[in-house]
Design a protein around this ligand. Structure first.
Ligand code: PHE
Length: 345
């Protein structure tokens, strides 16, 4: 009898050797036959009662070995099938099919213009200085040569913080000039992009919040000609190589002399005519030589150093650039409007 049990084991082993698994059905059949709940190897354990006592141990080991062998064959077969499956999937890939469209966001026009201005000045060695939007009176006004009783304070209607006469939302990025000059000595060459606030009635032309980029250059022997050259470079980079500029005398408390820069658009196209109100000239920024009072307010010796500053209105530039006629569009986040912009300018 015991001989039979070993014989059956041998037969199962031969069957295992002969087994070929070529597809999922074959794999499943193999699993049921050798590893399932009523499989042949398990049944073989039942034969142990017919095995002579001294060979029972040997028989147990034989059956265990069969079980391991069956498991090995099953795993190998399964792995091979998975490999073929993924190879077939690859073979069926159509690489020329269009992909599922991936919705792309667009850059806000204010950001596009801001980035453009920053990169133009970075190329000639200006570094970006960012500062707080909640300022104190001194940095926003007094240091900028606009003391309490100065009539120029009326030029910029100010939001003060509740219960405070000293804390306000900065009305211009010129406050960054004071922050930078009081914390470092010349040479200074910075641009300060950021949001500013003015208590103005919101209309198509003006908003209570907008963006500016401030520029400040302070060193020995900095002249008005240096400023003009720098701004000329900016205008050509921003508006095209043939752009002409003109500087008109103006007034700011913190610069002397002060100027406003216009760029020549001409009147040839309807668009240019409308933008320049028929003059051909478009106003783009305010600038001037830093007033010696501002330098000494900020502990920089005006006998040794001179400098120039300028302030560019970003929304105004974006409106001009894209022919948008209402500044409120820039703050309403209407996707139908925003989707029209990409990052190219
Ligand atoms: N701060 C001025 C404004 O907001 C702009 C300006 C900056 C003018 C620097 C001159 C120099 O109108």
């Amino acid at each position: 009898m015991s001989k039979d049990a070993f014989k059956i084991a041998e037969e199962i082993s031969t069957k295992l050797d002969a087994a070929t698994i070529s597809d999922a059905a074959g794999l499943e059949a193999f699993r049921i036959q050798f590893l399932g709940s009523k499989n042949e190897i398990k049944a073989l354990f039942g034969e142990i009662k017919n095995v002579a006592n001294e060979r029972k141990k040997e028989f147990g080991q034989t059956v265990n070995a069969l079980k391991n062998k069956a498991e090995g064959i099953f795993e190998k077969g399964q792995g091979a099938l998975e490999n073929t499956a993924s190879a077939t999937a690859h073979a069926n890939l159509d690489l020329s099919r269009p992909t599922v469209p991936n919705p792309r966001g667009s850059t806000h026009p204010v950001t596009i213009v801001l980035n453009k201005v920053i990169s133009i000045f970075e190329r000639i060695g200006f570094t970006v200085a960012e500062e707080r939007e909640i300022e104190d009176d001194w940095h926003n006004f007094t240091a900028m040569n606009t003391p309490d009783d100065h009539p120029a304070r009326d030029m910029q209607d100010t939001f003060y913080l509740k219960n405070s006469i000293d804390r306000l939302l900065r009305t211009h990025t010129s406050s960054v000039q004071a922050r930078v000059m009081t914390s470092q000595q010349p040479p200074i060459r910075i641009i300060a992009p950021g949001r500013v606030y003015r208590n103005e009635t919101i209309s198509a032309r003006s908003h209570c919040q907008f963006h500016q980029v401030e520029g400040l250059f302070i060193d020995k022997n900095v002249s008005f000609a240096d400023m003009k050259q720098t701004l000329m470079y900016f205008a050509k980079e921003m508006y095209g190589p043939d752009t002409d500029i003109r500087l008109r005398p103006s007034y700011f408390p913190f610069t002397e002399p002060s100027a406003e820069m216009d760029v020549w658009m001409g009147t040839a196209t309807d668009e240019a005519y409308r933008l320049t109100k028929g003059t051909g000239w478009l106003e783009v920024l305010g600038c001037g030589m830093v007033d010696p009072n501002v330098l000494s307010n900020c502990n920089i010796d005006p006998e040794i150093y001179t400098g120039f500053a300028f302030g560019i209105g970003i929304e105004r530039t974006a409106l001009q650039k894209y022919g948008i006629n209402d500044i409120r569009m820039l703050f309403e986040n209407d996707l139908r409007f925003l989707k029209q912009f990409n990052s190219a300018i």
